[in-house]
Design a protein around this ligand. Structure first.
Ligand SMILES: *Cc1c(COP(=O)(O)O)cnc(C)c1O
Length: 381
């Protein structure tokens, strides 16, 4: 029975401290450990190069980054005093948590069945009905997969037509490329990335906001440091969402070899796709260019999903349900407004699976995952 070693769901990997030290030395020499020290300044340059010249503002995690980005966006658009923020129901709880922390009530809209991304028709209906009370729209790039450019243009068009700002929670999508080859965060718009240890770009507790709007970038820079725009006078509603030098040094180190990380994850995802698509598993449209925080897919039906969760536990293979329930089924968000009954989010949640993923998942391990999945679904059929 002990012939198979367990395969964990995720196996995060940060660079060794000896490598981080090469960058952190800059901070030590300057005796400058936060508030925009030499590592953070260098990181801003390197991230901006990576995102084709967008302004990149390091933050301490994506959740506070979303708070900063939404505060800046509603300040700029003059919509701060309104009551609602539109967001998809099929996302991670932090998306709605940021909205709640700002005192807004979420207005959940559905996602589309193939891309699992915020449905632009649902967004338009939500804005037509509630637009006068919508402070902002908080879209996502579900599971770090970029929606097609045409879909993102529809989000932007619907928001612009109503004068409502758009912020995009692209937490897991750092390094993602859409079908036209453009990296998430390079286009216009405000994008918030997570550099959490479990994300593909794993740094610890860290993140980044990107924008091509210089006025908004100045606002966001101020909001993330107590609302200081000039000197030590708070002219904006601010929090402390700064990134310290040790995390900036770690992020610089991760960026140096990030292409290898993405290649390894996409190779494992492609292996899952080749073996599991023929068995009736469905993959997210556009996910070939995603970042693959985990091996996200849809089981053929809810019974197969539930059987796989049991089989994974028994075989010690980290098979997980993601997202296990849409946000309106979390008690904290039961009071939210719903644009519809959200049937796609409901259906996706009932069949959603996430398979093991790691930078260094071995061929033996990924073959073991596929073996356990096919043994279970074959038996259930
Ligand atoms: C991971 C994640 C977050 C939270 O990021 P943190 O950096 O941990 O705050 C927010 N939204 C989505 C969609 C995520 O996947």
């Amino acid at each position: 029975m002990a012939e198979h070693a367990p395969v964990p769901f995720l196996r995060p990997q940060l660079p060794p401290l000896t490598e981080v030290q090469r960058y952190f030395t800059l901070a030590e020499q300057a005796r400058f450990y936060s508030n925009g020290g030499p590592c953070e300044r260098l990181l801003r340059e390197r991230l901006s190069d990576y995102l084709d010249g967008a302004t990149c503002i390091p933050v301490n995690n994506a959740t506070s980054g979303i708070i900063v980005a939404v505060l800046g966006a509603v300040h700029q658009a003059g919509t701060r005093g309104r009551g609602l923020v539109v967001t998809p129901a099929y996302t991670f709880v932090a998306t709605a948590g940021s909205i709640e922390a700002l005192g807004y009530r979420p207005l959940f809209v559905d996602v589309d069945p193939d891309g699992w991304q915020m449905d632009p028709d649902a967004l338009e209906r939500a804005l037509a009905e509630h637009g006068h009370d919508v402070a902002a729209v908080l879209a996502t790039h579900t599971f770090g997969t970029p929606p097609p450019a045409g879909l993102q243009d529809r989000w932007a068009g619907a928001c612009a037509a109503r004068g409502v700002p758009l912020v995009v929670d692209t937490a897991a999508a750092f390094g993602a490329v859409d079908e036209a080859g453009s990296r998430t965060g390079t286009a216009t718009g405000t994008h918030v990335f997570s550099f959490h240890a479990t994300k593909p770009f794993g740094v610890g507790e860290a993140g980044m906001i990107s924008t091509r709007d210089p006025e908004l970038a100045r606002l966001l820079d101020g909001i993330r440091q107590f609302g200081f725009a000039e000197g030590r006078v708070a002219s904006l509603p601010g929090i402390n969402a700064k990134m310290d030098e040790l995390h900036a040094a770690t992020a610089l180190t991760v960026l140096d070899t990030y292409a290898d990380v993405l290649a390894a994850r996409r190779s494992t995802a492609e292996f899952y796709r080749q073996h599991l698509e023929p068995a009736g598993f469905r993959f997210q449209t556009g996910s070939a260019g995603g970042t693959w925080q985990a091996g996200y897919l849809q089981a053929p039906d809810p019974a197969a999903r539930d059987a796989l969760l049991v089989a994974g536990r028994e075989a010690q293979v980290g098979i997980t349900a993601y997202y296990e329930r849409p946000l309106h089924h979390h008690p904290a968000y039961a009071h939210a407004l719903l644009e519809s009954a959200l049937p796609v989010s409901e259906a996706l949640s009932a069949s959603a699976l996430a398979l093991p993923m790691a930078n260094d998942l071995t061929e033996v391990e990924r073959a073991r995952v596929v073996e356990v999945v096919l043994a279970t679904v074959g038996a259930a059929a």
